[in-house]
Structures are given as structure tokens and as C-alpha cells.
Ligand binder design. Structure first.
Ligand code: ZN
Length: 133
């Protein structure tokens, strides 16, 4: 893994959260994107070479809606940048980690992504991401 690519934060109201994070980070949101397959709306902020991703549910059965129901708003996942996501998935599987996505799926912001199951990472939802070629 190369570095932390972004931290994902679950929010209830993304329209309210965007200006709040713009003020907090003193930078403008550079991208708002719907990821229909995940039932989420995302908003991205750059801080140096790292990013903050806000995530809000776009439907009641969205994983973000379920997360907020259970845990409230807050940090939802940590994303690590990798060079070869398929190789990293295979490596983690061979180390005994449980993958939610055994094949990469399209993510926001031009990334191929895969999630690890929090039950194998001490309760943290970890995302692998590789820039789309
Ligand atoms: Zn993410």
C-alpha cells in the first residue's frame, strides 16, 4: 500500500456538510459525484496529497444509511492507495483478511475500489483504491 488516499466520513445532509467542511478545511469542494451502484452521493476535498470524502445515502437501503442508523455520523472508512488492486486483494486474502469485494468495483473520483470486511480489521472499514487507467 502506498499511502492513505482519503478518509470517508458519513453525513446525513451533504448539502449542509459541504459548506461546513469548506469552512473547516479552508478549501473548496472539487467534486460532487453520485455512485448509483453504492446508493451514495460523495463530495471530495483535497488537503495536500490526501482527501476527505463525504458520503450521504441516496436511498434507504444504502450502506451509508445503515451505517448512520447504527453508529451516527462520523468516520466511515479509511482508503489506501495501491498500484495493483487485484494483486493487493489476492495478497490480503492469502493473509486471511475477508474482502467485501473480491473483484474491484467502480468507485467515485475515477477509482477502482474494493472494501475489506470490518470483522477482519478490528472494526475498521478499509477501502483499497487504484486510479482507473
Ligand atoms: Zn472512499
Amino acid at each position: 500500500m502506498k499511502r492513505i488516499e482519503h478518509i470517508g466520513i458519513a453525513v446525513k445532509d451533504i448539502e449542509a456538510a459541504i459548506p461546513l467542511y469548506e469552512n473547516l478545511l479552508n478549501t473548496s469542494c472539487y467534486k460532487i459525484e453520485d455512485v448509483a451502484t453504492q446508493g451514495v452521493k460523495t463530495a471530495f476535498f483535497k488537503i495536500g496529497e490526501n482527501k476527505i470524502e463525504l458520503l450521504a445515502a441516496t436511498r434507504p437501503d444504502s450502506p451509508i444509511a445503515k451505517f448512520i442508523e447504527k453508529h451516527g455520523e462520523g468516520i466511515h472508512h479509511y482508503a489506501f492507495l495501491v498500484d495493483d488492486i487485484q494483486a493487493e486483494i489476492e495478497r490480503l486474502k492469502s493473509e486471511g483478511f475477508v474482502l467485501i469485494n473480491e473483484q474491484p468495483v467502480p468507485g467515485a473520483d475515477n477509482m477502482e475500489i474494493a472494501f475489506l470486511h470490518p470483522k477482519s480489521t478490528l472494526g475498521n472499514l478499509i477501502e483499497l483504491c487504484q486510479a482507473k487507467k
